[in-house]
Design a protein around this ligand. Sequence first.
Ligand SMILES: Cc1ncc(COP(=O)(O)O)c(C=O)c1O
Length: 357
Amino acid sequence: MKSLPFFPPRLFEDDRRAILDIIREVGADPSQEFVAGAGAARLEDAVRAINGARYSFACGSGSAAIAVALGAMGVGRGDEVIVPAFGCQPVVDSVVNIGAVPVFADVEPHTFVLDPDAAAAAVGPRTSALLPAHMFSVMADMPALRSLAEGCGLKILEDAATALGAELNGVPAGRWGDAAVLSFSQFKPLGGIGEGGLVLTDDPDIARTLPEAHTVGMDEIVARVVLLRLPQLAARLDRKMEIAARYSDALRILADKGLLQLPPEAPLGRRFHVYAVLTEERDQLREHLRLRGVTTHVYYPVPLPRQPAFTVYAKGAFPHAEAVGRTNLALPVWPGMTDRDVEYVADAVLDYFVGRH
Ligand SMILES: Cc1ncc(COP(=O)(O)O)c(C=O)c1O
């Protein structure tokens, strides 16, 4: 039986030698700039060059980048920040950690990104910023969110943690907000060996207000490993798109019968970070795949406003976030998968439904 893990195995094997050299170089460098050193500065330049932002600022993690960027945008104690109800906890932690107040808004049912109408309904007199995150395969509806922000005088911090290399209407992820953040943790489009993040902005006032790099800076080994891997990004994204297309071709028959919902075909961006199907039989399908050697992943089963740390901030209902949390199942989609691997997973999904319907 095949064994197909959800997360890529032997993550850094192809770059092993180069990474060992980086570790040796950084460790032996007489400057001992282990944080915010020359590699982090080179990474800032390299990301600016591919993304087009005027300013970039490397941080210790994506979460740190969110906190730093919100602070530099003038968001502080008691200010409200609108966040999607479906997503990862560190985003909300970063809002809370600077003393701001997260206000949850529901997501769109098919794309799982912040619903602009729900965001509009959540705006109040203390709202200071929107914090939309690009989700599995789709970028947030940035044009709609920008017009909301402009109409209400709000800032936007664009959470592009999972979206380096994606585009919406020809504009790269990270170019839509007053500022944006990227993450380089291991499962992101360009994961490093450890934690890392980056703030992007065109706004000189925001850039000027970012704290001293050495207080929140990026680990030098992470920065150099990400730099090493940067030229691989386009090919990695392309291969993930191919895998996603193969899954969708194979599984469309199930979608046509209403047995599962396929991800949207990235209508808002050239990317596939996560390939998640929705099905009410999620847990049974997951077990069936496990018995076939295929590891899957359930994203954010408990919507953020229902998590104990955040219920104090929750107002209203979040039916779409609840439904996605209850029904999503992410299939493996990593660049090193062969076409046969993809076929194996798709066949195992088909087998589950053929046996039962
Ligand atoms: C959408 C999103 N934003 C922010 C983060 C936080 O990034 P980091 O793990 O680098 O702190 C993550 C990571 O899980 C994420 O998925």
